[in-house]
Each structure stands twice: as C-alpha cells, then as structure tokens.
Design a protein around this ligand. Structure first.
Ligand code: NAI
Length: 509
C-alpha cells in the first residue's frame, strides 16, 4: 500500500509531550498538520515548543531557519475537533484513559470522512477496545511512537481485531515515508516493546533480590559485557520507578498473572518509599549533588603465574577470548577434537561458559572438583568486563587464578554468587524467550520483533538474531536449566524456541 501523500492533512489530538512531537514529525515530512488540545493554549504551546527545539538545531548549524519556518507554517492550532474534519489521518495522543479516548473516537467518527484513518498513540490500552462500538472499527489502528517522537525511530503499527490489513499497511508505509522504522504488531498487552523488554528489568531485579550482585555491578556487566547502552537499574532510575512498575504491573495483570511478568517487590519498595529515580533525586542510585559515586564491584588486580591455557572442544562464540589470550603471549594449547561443550583448563581448574546451571550443579553433573563459569558477552573480542561464578568448594587460589586469567585478557572481573545463568546470558535468554512467544502468538514477525527492540530501545542486537547466533539449542538448554533450577513457570521455554531448536531451525534465514 502506498504512503499517504504529503498533500494529505494530518490531525493530532492532544498536544502534550507525544502529540507535539508527532505533529512535528508529520510537518517535517511535508504535511499540513492540525493540532487540537482541549486545554486552552496547549496546542499553540506545543507548536512553540517544537519551534524552540528546531531553533536549537538551527543554532548548531544542522538546519536552516527557512526550513524551520516552513515546518512551523505547516502546523496550525485549532480550537475544536470539528476543524479536523478534512484530515486524512488522525493521531490521538491524549490522556491514557479508555473512556476518554473512546469519547474522542466516537466524535471523530461523526466528523471525519468514512475513509479517514483514525489512530491512537496509546501505550497500554487495547486498540480493539478503543474501536469497539464504532461504526467503522476497520479504519482504527494504533500508531505507537516512542518518546521523544522526533528522535526515536520506532513506530509500532497496531492492528486491533477489526483493523483492515490495508489500513495497517498504509500506516506502515506512511511511517516509513516519515523516516521512521515501522513494525506491525497485533493489539496484545504491551504490544512488542513493552512486552519483550520486561525481562531486561525483571532478571536484574531478581538477581538483586537474591543477592547475586549489586546494581552498579549488574549495570556495568550488561553495558560492558552485554553491549546494552544502559544497565537496567540506571535505566529504571531514568524512566522512573512509578512508571516502570506501573507498566510491568499492567502487563502482568493483562496476562492474567503470568509469572514471566511478575512485578518485583524490590521495585515496589522504591515506589512506596518515593525513591522514584532521577526525578526524585534517588532510586537505586543517589542523584543529589553531594552523593558519593557508586562503582561496580570488580576484583582487584591479581598477580599470578598463569599455566598454559588448554582449550578442550570448539570455543565457538567465545573464540575471540582465545585470540585475546594468544595476543597477550599466553601459551594456548588446543584440543579441539574433544566433543561436548568447550571448556578451558588452567592447571587443575576448569572454566566454562554458563549454560543456565549454577556452577555447583554443573560441577556435580560433570564430575569436577571445582568449576568456574563465565558469562555471555555480546562480543568477546570487544567486552571489557565479565561475570564469573564458582562452584561451592572452589578455594581462593582457584578464584585468584580465574581472576588473573580474565584480567590478563583485559577484562574487569565481577564475581557473582553462584546463580543460574549469571546476568547477560540469563537476560538475553529471557528476552529471546519472550520475543519467541510473541512470534508464536502472532503478535509480530521475528524480523519486526528484533527491529522493534533495536529501534525502540537501542538494544545492540535483536533478541532472536542474538539467539540464532548463539544456537537455539543452547538458548533452549539454558532456559531449561533455569526452569529446573527455580522450578518456576516464569522460566519455561517458549514452545516455538523449543520446536525450532529441535528442528535445527533459526528465526532468521
Ligand atoms: P501528556 O499529558 O503530555 O499530554 C496529553 C495532552 O492531551 C495534554 O496536553 C492534555 O491537555 C490533552 N488532552 C487530554 N484529554 C484531552 C481530550 N479529551 N481532548 C483533547 N486533548 C486532551 O501525555 P503524553 O505523555 O503526551 O501521552 C499521550 C499519549 O501517548 C498517552 O496515550 C500515552 O500513553 C501515550 N504515550 C506516551 C509516551 C510517553 O513516553 N510519554 C510514549 C508513547 C505513548
């Protein structure tokens, strides 16, 4: 389906943070935009705000004043919904309240032409519910921008039960023409991003609750080993715990209490205490001026004579670690023909990549005296930190040897308590699991699921492409081990991931 033409008039209802930004996006794409807000002066204030933002770009030499004037010229504040009658597309971005939104859509339906596309920017309400009771629910869809709308690339195009495919396709093409990265999703709680992202917060909150590591350490590991732009605790502090907790709570309730989405009591306590994050001056971290900086808990430098590093099996994803060892002049002996999961031997010590079992369990399973597990890294050639965990009877000398090895490779070492899946592996496995279930349930395609997480939240890789790269059998095994370790439904593997792992398939070609 073709995109709407630049000559088509776009209407935006609600001129708050989102509405003004969406109006700007449409005006920048060449449309005339009508902006309505039921608060006196709010539409004009929204346009003034857009002008101020754009003029900052002029000051930096990134935009011409003429261009800004032309964009602002195309945006007009209007005093009533009636003045939106000749629009081709309406984007509603008012208060997040189903009854109020339904009232606005009912009014728009009577005012606009029968083929005007009516869309909502809702984050959490059902498009199917918003469209219910309308005469033509087939032209209603979600057009979910991310904050700030002019900057964030992702737009989720949400189809409700009645939405016609051509309507969703036209919106998709239009968002693309506006320079956005659109994805299709069906109207289900959290759509794609707010659903698939839950484990990013939930697994770290869980690790904190279980005393596996401190927020600053877990944040540093997800950034410096996992490649995420921000760690979960600093991100939750930025979003605000009230908002982040409310989203989790609403997704949890909407999925009838599925424990995958269970909110965290640790986060609830912050909300109860009013420690909402940056905006209140305190969350997991302190933001007052005198606050002492909190640093990650990395091991102090250990000096030790390192014996040759023996590699048994094919190191696969962590082969860049072997290259790093060789680059430091460490003697490396390869026994690549040994089958099974690859592992390192360093003197009497065995080291292996986590597979979702805790080190103590895996040492018992594999008949090892001691075992040190290391965590997943996005790119073992680039990572600058890594998490380790040791089996129950590992002595200090063995821990020091493991620390010295990874430090020699140029990595800061964080020792976590012996916890299944450590932090990056566990987070990535659970993100992929959630994305797999979204695909299984027809919410989105694998490609759109991955694109949504990258364009909406800046994830370094789409969770499903990441799982493909690791091998679905390995990701499935990791989840199965997490499930066995905790005995909780929360860690059950998605059936689609299981089936693809069994069939030797991947999510992407
Ligand atoms: P906001 O509170 O900044 O702006 C809402 C605006 O709508 C206000 O100016 C208000 O006066 C106006 N309004 C309220 N009821 C109205 C009505 N009946 N008719 C006309 N105008 C009305 O809210 P924000 O943050 O812009 O959110 C708007 C929508 O976008 C909500 O549905 C929200 O869930 C969604 N959203 C918000 C995001 C965010 O990060 N803030 C991100 C993505 C979606």
């Amino acid at each position: 389906m073709p995109a709407l033409a630049p000559s088509d008039i776009i209407a935006v209802v609600g001129a708050g943070a989102m509405g003004a930004g969406i109006a700007q996006v449409a005006a920048q794409a060449g449309h005339s935009v009508r902006l309505f807000d039921n608060r006196d002066g709010a539409a004009q204030a929204g346009i003034d705000g857009v002008r101020r933002q754009l003029e900052k770009r002029v000051a930096k030499g990134k935009m011409g004043q003429d261009e800004v004037d032309a964009i602002i010229e195309r945006m007009s504040p209007v005093d009533s919904l009636d003045e939106l009658a000749d629009s081709r597309l309406v984007v509603e971005a008012i208060v997040e309240n189903l009854e109020v939104k339904r009232g606005v859509f009912a009014k728009l339906e009577t005012l606009c032409a029968p083929d005007t596309l009516l869309t909502s920017n809702t984050s959490s309400l059902s498009i199917t519910s918003i469209a219910a009771n309308l005469d033509r629910p087939e032209r209603v869809a979600g057009l979910h921008f991310f904050n700030p709308a002019p900057v964030m690339k992702l737009v989720e195009v949400i189809s409700g039960l009645a939405t016609e495919a051509e309507v969703a396709d036209t919106l998709y093409a239009t968002a693309a023409a506006w320079g956005k990265k659109p994805v299709h999703a069906s109207s289900t709680p959290g759509f794609i991003v707010n659903r698939v992202a839950r484990p990013f917060y939930a697994e770290s909150l869980r690790l904190l609750q279980e005393g596996a590591g401190a927020p600053a350490t877990l944040d540093a590991l997800l950034r410096r080993a996992g490649g995420f732009r921000m760690g979960p605790f600093e991100l939750m502090d930025l979003i605000g715990h009230d908002v982040n907790y409310a989203v989790t709570r609403s997704v949890f309730d909407a999925y009838y209490g599925d424990t995958r989405f269970e909110p965290s009591l640790v986060q609830l306590a912050l909300v109860e205490a009013g420690r909402l994050g940056r905006k209140s001056g305190q969350g997991f971290y302190e933001y007052r001026k005198q606050a002492a900086p909190v640093t990650a808990d990395f091991a102090s430098p250990v000096k030790a004579e390192l014996p040759p590093l023996v590699i048994e099996g094919q190191p696969g994803v962590f082969s860049p670690l072997v290259a790093r060892a060789e680059a430091t002049g460490l003697e490396v002996i390869r026994h690549e023909s040994i089958s099974g999961q690859a592992r390192f031997r360093l003197g009497g010590l065995t080291l292996a990549l986590s597979d979702g079992r805790c080190a103590t369990e895996r040492a018992l399973d594999e008949g090892l005296e001691t075992l040190v597990l290391f965590d997943l890294c996005l790119d073992y050639g680039e990572a600058s930190a890594i998490a380790l965990a040791a089996s129950a009877n590992t002595d200090d000398a063995s821990r020091d040897l493991a620390t010295a090895l990874f430090q020699r490779l140029g990595l800061d070492v964080a020792w976590l308590t012996d916890t299944p899946g450590l932090v990056v592996l566990r987070t990535v496995a659970m993100l992929a699991n959630e994305a797999a279930d979204a695909v299984l349930q027809g919410v989105c395609s694998a490609g759109d699921g991955d694109l949504a997480m990258q364009a909406g939240l800046n994830y370094p890789r789409g969770p499903l492409a990441w799982a493909d790269g690791l091998g679905l059998a390995y990701v499935h095994r990791t989840l199965t081990h997490l499930h066995q370790s905790y005995g909780e439904e929360r860690y059950r593997a998605s059936f689609l991931l299981r089936r693809k792992a069994l069939a030797g398939e991947t999510f992407h070609e």
